[in-house]
Design a protein around this ligand. Sequence first.
Ligand SMILES: Cc1cc2nc3c(=O)[nH]c(=O)nc-3n(C[C@H](O)[C@H](O)[C@H](O)COP(=O)(O)OP(=O)(O)OC[C@H]3O[C@@H](n4cnc5c(N)ncnc54)[C@H](O)[C@@H]3O)c2cc1C
Length: 376
Amino acid sequence: MSQAAYDVAIVGAGIVGAACADEFARRGMRVAIVDRDLVGGGATAAGMGHIVTMDDSEAQFALTRYSQQLWQRLRPELPSDVEYEQCGTIWVAVDEEEMTEVRRKRGYYGQRDVPTEVLDSQALRRLEPNLRPGLVGGLLVPEDAVLYPPCAARFLIERAQKRGAEPHLGRSVTALGRGRVRITDGSEITAKIVVNAAGTFAAQLTPGVEIKSRKGHLVITDRYAGFLRHQLVELGYLKSAHSVTSDSVAFNVQPRRTGQVLIGSSRQYGADHREVDGEILTRMLQRAQEYMPGLAQMSALRAWTGFRAATPDKLPLIGPWPGDDSLFLAAGHEGLGITMALATARILVDQITGTKPEIPIEPYLPSRAAKEHAHA
Ligand SMILES: Cc1cc2nc3c(=O)[nH]c(=O)nc-3n(C[C@H](O)[C@H](O)[C@H](O)COP(=O)(O)OP(=O)(O)OC[C@H]3O[C@@H](n4cnc5c(N)ncnc54)[C@H](O)[C@@H]3O)c2cc1C
């Protein structure tokens, strides 16, 4: 067999593929990164950019927290257009039942060295005066941050390029595996390792991978400096994000450096069209205004949609794909791919280079999905 042109060919130049390209190049490997579009143009361009520690499961916590710490370490190198701000998250509680969840979350994070602060009603109002009166409190997680995802992806690709990585943009991949990436024009890129980082399209390129698209809407307002200081998320978000059957909306707003407010969020399965859905958008905005009535006075500049890559067990697929020694997956990050990108790249490259990963990798191994597929 002729020699492979690259050590690694990564398909997908979203935030996950970009982080992988950066990490492989940092470890001295010859990297090709292939995308049919531009860098960070898929879900990465549509995402909110909340770098958030989450605790739905131990595995989700481990990956989000580790990745958040990697973003923190990278912070001094990030250019200003990445707009990294450690604004913190406040999980907002509307009643005593949700305050019980605040205390549970505080306990969970506290045991794992994540700083938090429980806010009563007054403290919440002091920190975010534009929330409606009558909310009972919340949990401040000060190390959570926000950034602008497409510029973060571009930064990572450019850093990889400085270390020799070669982007192949505008090239659509029809098949991958067995050390090859086939392009629509019939040409092939050969590599010892092929990484499928094609987001919601990963399943099309690797049969047997189970990923569903989960549509989301976002709205950005005009500039209203000082209106909002933290990423605010309703505690009910956890319930709606877990729903796998029905459409859901939740209060989730983000302050941008420009003074704009980014308003989310919605989740829909089976909605395959890119078009903004007026009904769900209205529900989403109404939900936001229930928490922040002042949003109703703001002018919205743009609304858009994007698709999250959802796996059945809500964890990403990171590692070797059974049956093809050359093929690895880095996909299926649902609503946390911006947060998880750096840790995904680290543990993937650790696996390939035989380095001991800093967190247990078993929960993310694609073999679990392949097994489920075989028994389905
Ligand atoms: C509304 C919304 C809000 C979100 N908010 C957040 C948030 O606050 N925090 C967070 O952490 N995450 C958030 N996410 C999730 C996050 O955006 C995604 O998990 C992340 O962007 C996934 O990155 P990716 O690189 O895997 O996929 P993508 O960014 O989709 O990249 C995949 C790339 O593969 C390319 N590709 C696909 N098929 C082919 C092919 N056949 N040939 C060549 N190229 C191909 C595409 O062109 C694309 O560039 C949100 C998502 C949505 C939709």
